[in-house]
Design a protein around this ligand. Structure first.
Ligand SMILES: Nc1nc2c(ncn2[C@@H]2O[C@H](COP(=O)(O)OP(=O)(O)OP(=O)(O)O)[C@@H](O)[C@H]2O)c(=O)[nH]1
Ligand SMILES: [Mg+2]
Length: 315
C-alpha cells in the first residue's frame, strides 16, 4: 500500500487539527503473551465480537483484522496468537502469524497483563517487538484487577528501561478504561494515508469463520486442562432453508476417542449445552434462525497435518 508521509505526526499532547484529522490510517498489531487480553481489546475497540475470548491460553490461532474508523482516521488492528514456544505445526503457524504481523504493520501494541509477574515469556515477547524495529506502544492491561496501582509504575519503569516505547498506557480491555487514550496515541503515530477499508467494515472474518470460532469458544469455556489445545472446529455445511433459516453442520476435531467422550459428556449433555450457547450467539450475529448439527470426529495428529491446517484457515 502506498503511503505519503508529508504531514509529520503531531507531538503527543497536541490536539489533532481538522486538516490532519481525516487522513491517518494504517495497521496496528496487537502482540502479547497468551491471555494478555488482545482479543478482548480488539472486540472492545471494534464494538462487536469478532474474536474468540477465553481464559485458556492459545485461544487465538490466526490473524484477525478489526477495523476502527473515526473522524481522525482508520486503525486496522491485527489480533495475533499469544507468543509461545511452538511444538506442533499448528503452533509454528500461530507463531508465524505473529512474526508476519510484526513485519508488516505500521505500529505495534505490546499488550501486557499487568496483574501477573514478569516471566521469561514476557522478555521473549519484548525482544520480538524490539527486533521488529516498528514503533511500539506499551499497554498495561487488566488494571481493573490491580489493587496496588504501584505495580503499574514498577512495570512502566521496567519497560521504559528496556525500550523507547511511544507511550506507556494503563488500560482495561474489559471495562474500556484507557482505550480512548490508546486509540488517540495510535492515530497520531499512523502515517497519512487513505483508509484501507470502507467506513462500515469491521473485520475480515467471514461469517463461516465466525460461526466456527463461536463454537470453539464455547468448547474452550466448557473444557478444562489440556483439551482446548486439541480441539478444532470447521463448518462443513451452510445451507439456506426455505423458511429463511440456515442449516449448519459443524465438525469438532479431537485427537483421541477419550477426548471425544469428554466433549460429548454424559449422555451428550455437555455438547448439548455448548451447542445451545453457541447457537444463541450465531443466531444473534446472523439475525436469523439457525439449525445446528454437530459431529465430533477423532482425527489423530490434526495439529501436524498441513492440509487440515490449511482447511481450518490457521496461520
Ligand atoms: N479483569 C480483566 N480480565 C481481562 C481483561 N482483558 C482480558 N481479560 C480476560 O483475560 C482472559 C484472556 O483474554 P483474551 O482476550 O482471550 O486474551 P488473548 O491475549 O487474546 O489470549 P490468546 O488468544 O490466548 O493469546 C479472558 O478471560 C478475558 O476475559 C481486563 O482488562 N480485565
Ligand atoms: Mg486471543
Amino acid at each position: 500500500m502506498e503511503r505519503s508521509e508529508t504531514i509529520p505526526a503531531p507531538a503527543p499532547n497536541e490536539p489533532l487539527s481538522a486538516s490532519e484529522s481525516v487522513a491517518r490510517s494504517g495497521f496496528v498489531a496487537l502482540v502479547g503473551r497468551p491471555n494478555a487480553g488482545k482479543s478482548t481489546l480488539i472486540n472492545y475497540l471494534v464494538g462487536e465480537k469478532i474474536a474468540a475470548v477465553s481464559d485458556k491460553p492459545q485461544t487465538t490461532r490466526s490473524r484477525i483484522l478489526g477495523i476502527v474508523t473515526r473522524p481522525e482516521g482508520q486503525v486496522v488492528f491485527v489480533d495475533t496468537p499469544g507468543v509461545h514456544k511452538p511444538g506442533y505445526r499448528l503452533n509454528k503457524r500461530m507463531m508465524q502469524a505473529v512474526l508476519d504481523a510484526l513485519a508488516t504493520v505500521d505500529v505495534v501494541v505490546l499488550l501486557r497483563d499487568a496483574s501477573v509477574s514478569t516471566g521469561n515469556g514476557d522478555r521473549f515477547t519484548l525482544d520480538l517487538v524490539k527486533q521488529s524495529g516498528r514503533p511500539a506502544l506499551l499497554a498495561l492491561n487488566k488494571t481493573d484487577r490491580l489493587r496496588d496501582k504501584g505495580k503499574l509504575l514498577t512495570l512502566t519503569d521496567f519497560y521504559r528501561n528496556e525500550h523507547d516505547f511511544l507511550d506507556y498506557l494503563p488500560i482495561s480491555a474489559l471495562t474500556g478504561e484507557g482505550t480512548g487514550a490508546l486509540l488517540d496515541c495510535l492515530l497520531r503515530a499512523l502515517p497519512v494515508a487513505p483508509p484501507p477499508f470502507a467506513e462500515d467494515d469491521l473485520t475480515d472474518q467471514t461469517e463461516r469463520k465466525l460461526v466456527a470460532e463461536f463454537l470453539r469458544e464455547q468448547l474452550l469455556r466448557h473444557l478444562s486442562d489440556e483439551l482446548p489445545f486439541v480441539v478444532a472446529v470447521a463448518v462443513e455445511k451452510w445451507e439456506e432453508r426455505a423458511d429463511g433459516g440456515l442449516n449448519l453442520a459443524c465438525v469438532i476435531l479431537v485427537e483421541r476417542q477419550s477426548q471425544r467422550a469428554i466433549v460429548l459428556g454424559r449422555g451428550g449433555l455437555r455438547l448439548r449445552d455448548m451447542a445451545t450457547a453457541a447457537r444463541a450467539e450465531i443466531e444473534a450475529m446472523l439475525e436469523r434462525p439457525v439449525f445446528l448439527e454437530i459431529f465430533v470426529k477423532v482425527e489423530p495428529r490434526w495439529r501436524n497435518d498441513e492440509r487440515r491446517l490449511d482447511e481450518l484457515g490457521i496461520g
